[in-house]
Design a protein around this ligand. Structure first.
Ligand SMILES: [Zn+2]
Length: 438
């Protein structure tokens, strides 16, 4: 495609304006007074800036001789950052050169767009900046009128996977797991974070023991020796690995998980009580619905029950009651449930007071009449006695890690359609500022 005479003639005023607007700092690109137009491309209105790229060149990059001639222009379409939500292109005519000595032909180059690339550098940079924000890759693609593949390519080219620092491991490690992307080798991914800062150190696509061992063994013995408290999930079977890789670690269980274990066990009792009521008679069905609706009241710490303010409770004929009255009614429905409730609350209180002795005393002396399933769930805590005692001693909890897991959930939700774990990991690390733009 050839350029018209008008396009070749630089218009000083417009040239300056357009360059400011498009952030072009290359003096070899120039714009004429006919540079700006609006055209429909693929049925969509598009801003088009038509420019020329030309300059003097002394030597042939191939043979080094100076016998160069300029010949035609080659046009290229370079996508820009959308202007006022309208896709925008730089229609750039690049000067072609030919070497008379070796016959080599080539086009003029500019920093503004990489060779053989149709996306301007500023657009790539804008995408890279957005990758640091909590926006899905899909939305970024939409915002800039590019494909998801382009966004992934920017992710790959602008960010480097951080290299493992063998001498660095946080002193206070938190470990946990989460469900990963489809291409993960293991069903669950593994997350390592720093208990002091709450910062994610790394995520791994496989939590199986041999993989974890291989990963941690890449750190120096010194670094591993420094790790002392190690907080983890109660159901996690990492004990064997952690003993090998962290010689000084005292394993502790996230306090939140202990509470969760208790709450889940008691909640099962609530559901069991409901099942006994179902479809018996209309009065039983009323109680069934109450136990179903007011689960929050029965599960929460009794210290947090409100005894003073009156509220309308829809299932109590819309009469005004205090929360404690509602609780009393719920517990009166089933005698076994009341007994379970008392044990549940006592354990809760001892745990909250960080009184390990009282807590395990309760665990060891459960009433003989307690529901067998509930008893079993509580006795399970004995299996992790040491770790639970540690968790009450340490000032750390997985709370921060839970927060980070929520962060990952958010990332996964907004980044729905991550095809690869690598991209997920990169985005998590980018958001943690572990990956910087290179
Ligand atoms: Zn040459």
């Amino acid at each position: 495609m050839s350029t018209s005479k008008n396009t070749r003639e630089k218009d000083e005023c417009l040239d300056k304006t357009i360059k400011q607007l498009l952030n072009i700092k290359d003096a070899n690109i120039r714009f004429s007074k006919e540079a700006v137009s609006k055209e429909k491309v693929n049925g969509r209105m598009t801003n088009i800036f038509t420019g020329i790229l030309t300059y003097k060149i002394d030597r042939c990059p191939q043979c080094g001789f100076t016998n160069l001639i300029r010949h035609s222009y080659k046009d290229s379409w370079i996508q820009l950052i959308p202007y006022q939500e309208v896709p925008s292109y730089l229609h750039l005519f690049k000067q072609r050169f030919r070497c008379k000595d070796c016959g080599h032909t080539f086009s003029a180059k500019t920093y503004y767009v990489a060779e053989n690339c149709y996306i301007s550098q500023p657009l790539k940079f804008a995408i890279a900046i957005d990758l640091k924000k909590k926006i899905s890759m899909k939305d970024i693609a939409k915002r800039y009128f590019v494909s998801s593949k382009t966004v992934e390519r920017v992710l790959d080219s602008f960010f480097e996977e951080p290299r493992l620092k063998p001498n660095f491991l946080p002193q206070h490690l938190l470990i946990d797991e989460f469900k990963g992307t489809k291409d993960c080798e293991g069903a669950m991914c593994f997350i390592i974070s720093d208990a002091d800062t709450g910062k994610i150190v790394d995520i791994l696509d496989d939590r199986r023991n041999f993989k974890l061992q291989a990963y941690f063994m890449r750190f120096s013995f010194e670094a591993r020796k420094r790790v002392t408290p190690l907080v983890m999930d109660m159901n996690a079977a990492y004990g064997a690995v952690t003993k090998i890789v962290f010689p000084n670690a005292k394993v502790s269980i996230d306090r939140f998980h202990v509470i969760q274990q208790l709450t889940r066990a008691f909640n099962k009792q609530r559901i069991q009580a409901m099942k006994q009521l179902k479809k018996r008679d209309s009065q039983a069905m009323k109680d069934y619905r109450k136990l179903k609706k007011y689960w929050r009241t029965i599960l929460k710490k009794s210290a947090k029950i409100n005894y003073t303010s009156f509220k309308q409770y829809p299932l109590f004929q819309r009469k005004y009651h205090t929360e404690s009255e509602v609780l009393d009614h719920l517990l009166s429905i089933n005698e076994q449930l009341r007994e379970n409730y008392e044990v549940y609350q006592d354990l809760f209180t001892a745990f909250d007071a960080k009184d390990a002795k009282a807590f395990f005393e309760l665990v060891d002396h459960l009433p003989a009449t307690l529901d067998a399933g509930f008893k079993k769930a509580i006795l399970y805590l004995n299996k992790h006695k040491r770790a639970i005692i540690n968790s009450l001693d340490f000032p750390y909890s997985n709370g921060k890690l839970e927060g980070k897991n929520n962060l990952i959930k958010v990332i996964k939700r907004i980044a729905f359609g991550f095809r690869t774990f690598r991209h997920l990991r990169m985005r998590v690390l980018i958001q943690q500022n572990i990956c910087e733009i290179i």
